[in-house]
Design a protein around this ligand. Structure first.
Ligand code: ACO
Length: 423
């Protein structure tokens, strides 16, 4: 018998089935069976056939992908085969973004061209600006970002021509160019400040910070560039699978990122630190977490159960930032929380460690970014990951419109009772 198969015996009927195993690049990079192969497993003619039940897709591969590799147990994260630690140390954000999209690092000429193409799309149509002016002064910037990115779809109807690779590339550059501008406008709108137009003489991150306010460049954006099939990338693929344009699909992905269990966690970390209030209240808060009254935001990860390799790098950067900005009371609470949680049995046994959002949250706070801007700062660098996942999906002949099954647990067919009307 072929070794790359799985034998399944259905004990209800005694029937044995042999199902082929699909392997990743190397067997150690994951293997799966085609879920449809289970459909033949039936107890009778009328039976729908067996499905897998997997809320939250904890063990279901929705695609084959060659972009990002994660080994959660060993704390490995690689983009196109390159370890994240080396990329964070030696590559700029745009170099990494190019690698993610194209599969190889750019030559100096390719990088210069990539930067030029993106920066020339940084400007927003004046009507987009007007649209953003319509938001209430205290609108959450992430809500503004999600809505404005969706609205770009109406400005660029050519984005619907999904099968044209030249037009697709144009939308990618537009999205990459405009995300930081939308984010900066959202920030300045909330502050009541006049908008600053993009400057294509500056670097990608330099221009963003210039549109916000002058600051040093934030290098750890590389860490946020992609993270394979996470909640928001899955949404990008799922919405994109109905062949929508990339703007509305990106808006959907950004909306998923906004959730407190995903990229919105960095904002929630700060809200939690404020709620704790002082270092001496940390122990009490930990008790509430262990009693499951609250979750420790910025801790835990679906995939990383030993440590988050991004957190390891970003923690080092956090220490460098704090050397410049100095400590503050919220930072002291965060570090006390980290210290207690890392030594506590509950967190050790549940494999809960600080994730990237824990440190990004406290870095943004130390740099004085407004708290509600934190998820927006995550969405900008993640855009390249989303659009690369989207393009990979479009080019994958195996992909279909995303449409999961369900295990129905409701009523069997029943007669409608006589209609009772109140007069
Ligand atoms: N604080 C306290 N307990 C937690 C936490 C937490 N942050 N996370 C998980 N647990 C506990 C659960 O209560 C559960 O305990 P039990 O087995 O005794 O019932 C166990 O750990 C497993 O939890 P799940 O919810 O099943 O873990 P899952 O893998 O589904 O969730 C998630 C991962 C959503 C990230 C979770 O750890 C969490 O809510 N963390 C806080 C939010 C956060 O920081 N999110 C950012 C993630 S990084 C990113 O998206 C960029």
């Amino acid at each position: 018998m072929d070794k790359n198969t799985l034998s399944i015996t259905d004990n209800r009927t005694g029937t044995e089935y042999v199902v082929p195993i699909i392997a990743g690049t190397y067997p150690k990079y994951g293997a799966a069976i085609n879920a449809l192969a289970l459909r033949q497993i039936k107890v009778g003619e009328d039976d729908f056939g067996l499905m897998t039940y997997d809320p939250g897709f904890t063990n279901t591969a929705g695609c084959k992908s060659a972009i990002t590799f994660i080994d959660g147990d060993r704390g490995i994260l690689r983009y196109r085969g390159y370890p994240i630690e080396e990329l964070a140390e030696r590559c700029s954000y745009l170099e990494t973004a190019y690698l993610i999209l194209h599969g190889e690092l750019p030559t100096p000429a390719q990088l210069a061209d990539w930067q030029r193409q993106i920066m020339r799309h940084a400007l927003l149509h004046e009507n987009t600006k007007k649209l953003m002016e319509g938001f209430h002064h205290d609108a959450h910037p992430m809500g503004m970002l999600v809505s404005t990115v969706a609205a770009l779809s109406t400005f660029y109807p050519d984005a619907k021509k999904l099968s044209d690779p030249v037009l697709r590339r144009l939308q990618i550059c537009r999205l990459m160019g405009k995300m930081p501008t939308i984010a900066a406008y959202a920030y300045r709108h909330g502050m009541g400040l006049p908008y600053v137009y993009p400057d294509d003489e500056l670097s990608y991150t330099g221009n963003f910070l210039n549109m916000m306010f002058r600051r040093t460049e934030v290098k750890y954006r590389v860490l946020h560039a992609d993270h394979e099939q996470n909640c928001s990338a899955n949404d990008m693929r799922s919405v994109g699978s109905s062949q929508t344009d990339p703007y509305v699909a990106t808006a959907a992905a950004a909306a998923a990122l906004y959730g407190p269990l995903h990229g919105g966690a960095n904002e929630q970390v700060l809200r939690m630190l404020r709620e704790i209030g002082s270092k001496d209240k940390v122990a009490d808060y930990i008790k509430r977490v262990k009693a499951k009254e609250v979750r420790l935001m910025g801790f835990g990860h679906r995939i990383y159960k030993n440590y988050d390799p991004r957190a390891k790098i970003i923690k080092r950067i956090a220490d460098q930032v704090f050397e410049v900005t100095g400590r503050n009371p919220l930072l002291d609470i965060a570090l006390e929380l980290e210290r207690i949680a890392l030594a506590d049995d509950y967190f050790i046994s549940h494999k809960l460690y600080p994730n990237v959002d824990f440190y990004s949250g406290i870095i943004y706070q130390a740099l004085d970014f407004p708290v509600d801007l934190f998820p927006v700062l995550f969405a900008i660098p993640r855009t390249i990951g989303w659009i690369t996942q989207w393009e990979e999906m479009l080019n994958d002949p195996d992909q279909k419109i995303a449409r999961p099954q369900q295990v129905y647990t409701g009523h069997d067919c029943r007669p409608l009772p006589g209609i009772r009307r109140t007069v």
